[in-house]
Design a protein around this ligand. Structure first.
Ligand SMILES: *Cc1c(COP(=O)(O)O)cnc(C)c1O
Length: 376
């Protein structure tokens, strides 16, 4: 039996173990040390002008961003509906309510028109949203100029969920640097990984310094343990940060490899009736973290994304439906939502294809051959 083909698996570059070995040799096996400082520095170099705090996860980064934005019990926070649940969960950790916004068709991300309608409606109902959480889904930059213009008009801070978009650019600015805060993830399935980890980014150096303080149990300067704030244990381990430093050396290559996967799918499947791909709008550069397709059964002679998923699964090839929108999730059934049908249709028609930077040409060809055969 051939090896399983994964949706998106870790891909080491070679020098990660050297950084980890240094941590062992110097006994910095702790949530601080030279790898943590070095990884933050590497990310700051890459992001150009943002400050970075290395954390235990992207979810932790989102949570701290909400805390630093002042989101508390009873507040409302606007969140993209078409996303992974981790974009929305930390809103609930704070005792606040997510208000979900549907997607536009060009990038599959937060619809700026619907965003403004929702803000007006929430304000008319008596509550101004405390923050806006747009997402760059699968690495495709959201329409940030429009979103930021609405946010500025109503003076609402933006927490940019760039967990899937490290290496993506929007009008030549790195994703993760566009909002008041940015969130990155280095989970095992992301474009680079530290096994598990994340980062909070921002232009405000004092706010990022405060996130490091909150992430280290909020210990005030004193010889004993003194606390004036509620703290969290959210800092990144020096071992994980060592993996991150090695991964930063190959990030550009990983983006190239993922984009090349997308090109393979576009070239070999793009002519099939009912199959469409999402193109980069002008000014946008996607890291193509995951390659995704839409299958319209009305044009594909009844072939659905589920038929493709099962055909691939039979050959131990992993694929997954597009993320199920948050406003359709049972856990968020009571949350307000402003919808236009776009994300529901994406979920119905969309499939994420194997997208790892470590896929071989043979594995990509095997995958597309199985799919093409369904049309014969
Ligand atoms: C992965 C992901 C997160 C969470 O990051 P973790 O590091 O896994 O906690 C948040 N938002 C989106 C869109 C993600 O894909």
């Amino acid at each position: 039996m051939s090896e399983k083909i994964w949706l998106s698996s870790p891909h080491m570059g070679g020098t990660e173990q050297r950084f980890v070995t240094t941590a062992f040799e110097t006994n910095w096996v702790a949530p601080l040390g030279s790898n943590v400082d070095g990884f933050e520095h590497d990310l700051e170099q890459f992001l150009q002008g943002s400050h970075v705090a290395a954390l235990s996860s992207g979810t932790a980064a989102l949570h701290l961003a909400l805390i630093l934005t002042g989101v508390g019990a009873g507040d409302e926070v606007i969140c993209q509906s078409m996303t992974f649940s981790a974009s929305a969960n930390p809103i609930v950790y704070q005792g606040a309510t997510p208000v979900f916004i549907d997607s536009e068709k060009d990038t599959w991300n937060m619809d700026p028109v619907l965003l403004e309608q929702a803000i007006k409606d929430r304000m008319a109902k008596g509550k101004k949203p405390k923050a806006i959480v747009p997402v760059h889904l699968y690495g495709m930059p959201a329409k940030m100029n429009e979103i930021l213009a609405v946010a500025a008009k109503y003076e609402i801070p933006v927490i940019e969920d760039a967990a899937e978009a490290l290496g993506s650019r929007y009008h030549n600015k790195a994703c993760g640097t566009l909002g008041d805060f940015g969130v990155l993830s280095f989970n095992g399935n992301k474009i680079i990984t530290t096994s598990g980890g994340g980062a909070l980014t921002g232009k405000d150096q004092a706010a990022i310094a405060k996130s490091r303080f909150l992430a280290s149990q909020a210990r005030d300067p004193a010889p004993h343990y003194e606390h004036t704030h509620i703290g969290y244990n959210y800092r990144m381990s020096n071992i994980c940060a060592g993996i991150g430093r090695g991964q930063m050396e190959v990030l550009a290559k990983r983006v190239e490899q993922r984009r090349s996967n997308y090109q393979h799918y576009l070239k070999t499947l793009g002519d099939l009736p009912g199959v469409t791909f999402v193109a980069e709008p002008s000014g946008s550069f996607s890291n193509r973290w995951l390659s995704t397709v839409l299958i319209d059964p009305a044009q594909s002679n009844g072939i659905t994304r589920e038929i493709i998923r099962l055909a691939l699964d039979k050959h131990i090839i992993e694929s997954r439906p597009l993320w199920k929108p948050m406003h359709l999730q049972p856990v968020f059934a009571d949350a307000p939502a402003y919808v236009n049908g776009v994300s529901e249709q994406l979920f119905e028609y969309g499939l994420c294809l194997p997208s790892g930077s470590n896929l071989t040409t043979a594995q990509l060809e095997q995958t597309t051959n199985i799919i093409r055969t369904l049309w014969k």
